[in-house]
Design a protein around this ligand. Structure first.
Ligand SMILES: *[C@@H]1O[C@H](CO)[C@@H](O)[C@H](O)[C@H]1NC(C)=O
Ligand SMILES: *[C@@H]1O[C@H](CO)[C@@H](O)[C@H](O)[C@H]1NC(C)=O
Ligand SMILES: *[C@@H]1O[C@H](CO)[C@@H](O)[C@H](O)[C@H]1NC(C)=O
Ligand SMILES: *[C@@H]1O[C@H](CO)[C@@H](O)[C@H](O)[C@H]1NC(C)=O
Ligand SMILES: *[C@@H]1O[C@H](CO)[C@@H](O)[C@H](O)[C@H]1NC(C)=O
Ligand SMILES: *[C@@H]1O[C@H](CO)[C@@H](O)[C@H](O)[C@H]1NC(C)=O
Length: 461
């Protein structure tokens, strides 16, 4: 996740909310962030407010604080606040002011990542929360990225990580003075073993003993005491004597995820799937478009984050019945092509290179013929040089029909655009007794099918 590291350093605005009345002075020097002139270790965790409801925020914040965080970090999710140009939304899960007031009530600081850059599996779902602990020290800049959830969406504590991090946070906080003011001395003992000592004064110091060897454990005699250092681990000695934490020897009770048998099933061992078709009818006949343009548009901008699916629909007059080749040059990621309501082919870009040329033969009739192209994105790039300029969809084409010795270029035809599938619009994923789902034999070769299964999980901590 190089992207997260980079953006952490891009724009950090530390907002002091707990002491608005007395106003807090926030600055930094080459070594640490300073609050009211004192160098501090900020232990922050991310809570992405739109992913939970305002009712859930106080409890999430309380658990975060109890876990040793003093700061909550979040992006500002502009795609939710301004879904379309000059249309603003700050209600419900997007009530960011309420979110910050809750942080204030919890007695926590906030780090605001003002965006608009968001690199958090945001566009198309996935992980629910990420924990970033940035320990910013000179000469050590260490970013511990923990992409597993610490507090799940439902606000349940995900042991064992929550407990481990709580211990880690406590150990680091207890070393705040030596880490932010102490003199640093690194000693290399060879074979990947090293000690780093932060000395504040003659009596106050903190040490890290590390074993970077991935295959062999080590025993280190350090300042008169022997320490066992498992392979690929760091030990924390807040007073340079007593080890309170080792990354490989974490002590909190480990939990197990228990998958409950599916109650809706006769045989407890396998899942009971049902299915229903996606209704393609209007789209493959060129109907129901949202707007028309005489050119091929880029997909990400056109679909304005509403769906991974964009229909490009047009029609063409052909003088006589014939076979013709439909050729589409697309920047991907997946293309399904229909001629007169019939699927003529599906294709996706080869791994890592999404640009491809789709070419299939189809029957055309004399007169008006409908061509509907369904372009699908399967996740968007969120880092790398100029990643935001990387297009998707059919963009400028060309889209051509080749028959005999003629080539018809359809790129500047009147293209009608439709965002999303019908199932998305009708929220097929919600329980609705009026909606028919088929069970029994589940078709696996049938294109455009929604599949549903009921899964019950419980967290047995
Ligand atoms: C750094 O620590 C080593 C032993 O761990 C010691 O021999 C050395 O004198 C120390 N250096 C400084 C500058 O304190
Ligand atoms: C790790 O330990 C093994 C065995 O002692 C040694 O052969 C190897 O060179 C060490 N690797 C590093 C990176 O120090
Ligand atoms: C070292 O610093 C601590 C914390 O500020 C202080 O309590 C202690 O008296 C200091 N010790 C010496 C020897 O200066
Ligand atoms: C597109 O049109 C459909 C109706 O045909 C409508 O439900 C949907 O909200 C429209 N989407 C946009 C982005 O205009
Ligand atoms: C196909 O599209 C790509 C990306 O837009 C473009 O670079 C390329 O020139 C196009 N190929 C043709 C034959 O037009
Ligand atoms: C190619 O075009 C010529 C004249 O435009 C026509 O006479 C001929 O039949 C065409 N050939 C085919 C295979 O369509």
């Amino acid at each position: 996740m190089e992207c997260s590291k980079r953006s952490s350093l891009l724009a950090l605005v530390l907002v002091s909310l707990c002491c608005l009345a007395s106003s807090t002075d926030i600055s930094h020097d080459g070594r640490a962030l300073k609050i009211n002139g004192e160098r501090r270790i900020i232990i922050s965790g991310a809570i992405h407010y739109p992913r939970s409801t305002p009712e859930m925020w106080p409890d999430l914040l309380r658990k975060a604080k109890e876990g040793g965080l003093d700061t909550i970090e979040t992006y500002i999710f502009w795609n939710g606040h301004e879904p379309r140009r000059r249309e603003y939304y700050f209600e419900g899960n997007y009530d960011v002011i309420r979110f910050f007031k809750e942080i204030q009530n919890a007695g926590l600081y906030a780090i605001l990542r003002i965006g608009p850059y968001v690199c958090a599996e945001w566009d198309y779902g996935s992980t629910l929360a990420m924990v970033t602990i940035a320990i910013i020290l000179h000469p050590i800049i260490q970013t511990v990225q923990n992409s597993g959830q610490k507090i799940g969406l439902a606000g349940n504590l995900k042991q064992p990580k929550w407990g481990h991090l709580k211990e880690l946070h406590a150990a680091l906080k207890s070393m705040e003075k030596s880490l932010t003011y102490g003199e640093v001395n690194n000693t290399d003992f060879g074979n990947g073993v090293a000690a780093t000592k932060f000395s504040y004064n003659a009596t106050v110091s903190g040490c890290f003993l590390s074993n970077a060897n991935q295959s062999s454990d080590a025993t280190l005699e350090y300042q008169g005491t022997k320490y066992f250092l498992p392979a690929w681990s760091v030990s924390i000695l807040p007073d340079c004597k007593q080890e309170v934490y080792n990354t490989a020897k974490v002590t909190t009770q480990t939990s197990i995820m228990v998958k409950k048998p599916n109650k809706a099933n006769d045989e407890a061992s396998d899942l009971k799937w049902s299915w229903r078709p996606e209704t393609l009818g209007s789209s493959v006949r060129g109907l129901g478009g949202n707007f028309t343009e005489n050119k091929l548009l880029e997909q990400i901008i056109t679909a304005v984050d509403e769906s991974d699916y964009l229909w490009y629909m047009t029609s063409v007059d052909i003088s006589h019945k014939q076979q013709m080749t439909l050729r589409v040059n697309t920047t991907g990621h997946v293309l399904h092509a229909f001629v007169n309501g019939q699927l003529v082919g599906s294709q996706y870009g080869p791994n890592g290179n999404w640009v491809f040329v789709f070419e299939r033969t189809a029957k055309f009739k004399a007169g008006k013929n409908h061509i509907s192209l369904l372009s699908v994105t399967v996740g968007l790039k969120n880092y790398g040089a100029r990643y935001e300029l990387e297009p998707a969809g059919i963009v400028s084409g060309p889209v051509q029909l080749i028959g005999g010795n003629i080539t018809i270029d359809l790129s500047t035809n009147a293209w009608s655009y439709k965002i999303g599938l019908d199932g998305e619009k009708t929220k097929v994923y919600l329980d609705n007794p009026d909606r028919k789902w088929y069970s029994g034999i589940i078709p696996t070769q049938r294109p455009f099918t929604w599949y549903k299964v009921l899964m019950l999980y419980c967290d047995a901590t």
